[in-house]
Ligand binder design. Structure first.
Ligand SMILES: *Cc1c(COP(=O)(O)O)cnc(C)c1O
Length: 386
């Protein structure tokens, strides 16, 4: 079946008790047993829950995976994956990763003896040089955040495979509608389902999908042992969100492309980072591994008539009326933010500078509103902030 059909049906069957068409929210923490150790597949909701099972089957189907594990957050998914590693192991990681992923590697895993090298994976020779004999895992996030760099999933996963390391792709920005990393050679896919998978900014959740039976079994053990499970209610909401993933993502990408082209032509905008623009340095690569250019972009404002570019950015963001100034992304509503002082404030200033996250860089998550209203809002705020 096609993904649009799987999103609505995979893992979901009318409830055998009442015939409910929509998956019931099973809140029970425990399940009655016929005799000691004799149960119908569920004994305790940390170890397994019917609502969670339905979500996991659906998410796995969308990424073309055999196994799916739903987590309490994207960071819980990441932490659990990284606990597959042992002291002395090494990770090769993209240099422009989600700040929380950097923090887990730097402040949680490093003290446990798992080290990481961060590298700009657009440069495959440098990526190859970052490997060590003890490299066990490669982490790539593409498109990257907030610079929208695009990394070659096939090439990086092949490098990992040749060195006996597993490869993990954070597919949060692209979603399985746009990009299917397992088909491109990745061992596992990680999501923050807080973003596009749920899509309505009312759940914090995570996901791991893999077709590697051994990796799945070890993750299942770690998740149950460490307890990083989502609530049944949140599982229900993400499952509901998945049903409209395709129509939402198509509209997000359509709106984003229109806004990116308009911003690129605007005299007050110095540069737009969006894989759908011909000016994007990896535009051709993006076209081969992504079905659509996605809903995320960043752009660099020019300074106004008075003050610094940071002051202009502040005036611009405060003048917006339809866009909400907030962290996060991937919801139906358009969001906008200033990475240098919001999502990426925890990065050391020199790291921010090296990545190009300067004071005038604005990140935008295009929602599914009328694109005319979004464009007018950007136009009036650019005028008002001049
Ligand atoms: C938000 C995000 C995460 C972390 O997910 P949480 O659900 O916030 O824990 C990881 N990766 C990317 C790309 C994200 O945007």
């Amino acid at each position: 079946m096609h993904p649009e059909t799987l999103a609505i049906h995979a893992g979901q069957h009318p409830d055998p008790v009442h015939g409910a068409v929509m998956t019931p929210i099973v809140l029970s923490s425990t399940f009655a047993q016929e005799g000691p150790g004799e149960h119908r597949g569920f004994d305790y909701s940390r170890s397994g829950n019917p609502t969670r099972n339905a979500l996991e089957a659906c998410g796995a189907a969308l990424e073309g995976a055999t196994h799916g594990l739903a987590f309490s957050s994207g960071c819980a998914a990441t932490t659990t994956v990284l606990h597959l590693l042992r002291p002395g192991d090494h990770v090769v990681c993209g240099d422009d990763v989600y700040g929380g992923t950097f923090r887990i590697l730097d402040r949680v895993m490093k003290p446990l003896g798992v080290t990481a090298t961060f590298v700009d994976m657009r440069d495959l020779a440098r990526t190859a040089e970052a490997f060590r004999p003890e490299t066990k895992l490669v982490w790539l996030e593409t498109p990257s955040n907030p610079m929208l760099k695009v990394f070659d999933i096939v090439a990086v996963c092949a490098l990992a495979k040749a060195r006996g390391a597993m490869s993990v792709v954070d597919n949060t920005f692209a979603t399985p509608v746009i990009q299917r990393p397992l088909a491109l050679g990745a061992t596992a896919v990680v999501h923050s389902s807080t973003k596009y998978l749920n899509g309505h900014s009312d759940v914090v959740g995570g996901f791991v999908m893999t077709s590697d039976d051994d990796v799945a079994a070890r993750l299942r053990f770690l998740q149950n042992a460490m307890g990083a499970v989502p609530s049944p209610f949140d599982c229900f909401l993400v499952l509901r969100g998945l049903k409209t993933l395709h129509v939402r993502v198509e509209r997000h990408a359509k709106n984003a492309l229109t806004l990116a082209r308009w911003l690129e032509a605007h005299p007050d905008v110095a540069r737009v980072h969006y894989p759908g623009l011909a000016s994007h340095p990896q535009h051709d690569l993006a076209a081969t591994q992504m079905a659509l250019p996605g809903g995320m972009m960043s752009f660099v404002l020019r300074a106004g008539a008075t003050g610094t570019v940071a002051e202009r950015a502040r005036r611009f963001l405060k003048a917006l009326k339809v866009f909400t100034l907030a962290e996060s992304l991937g919801g139906v509503e358009s969001l906008i933010e200033l990475p240098a002082v919001m999502t990426h404030a925890s990065l050391p200033p020199e790291t921010r500078a090296a990545l190009g996250i300067d004071d005038g860089l604005v990140r935008l998550s295009a929602g599914i509103e009328s694109v005319d209203d979004l464009q007018h809002d950007l136009a009036q705020a650019l005028d008002a902030s001049r």
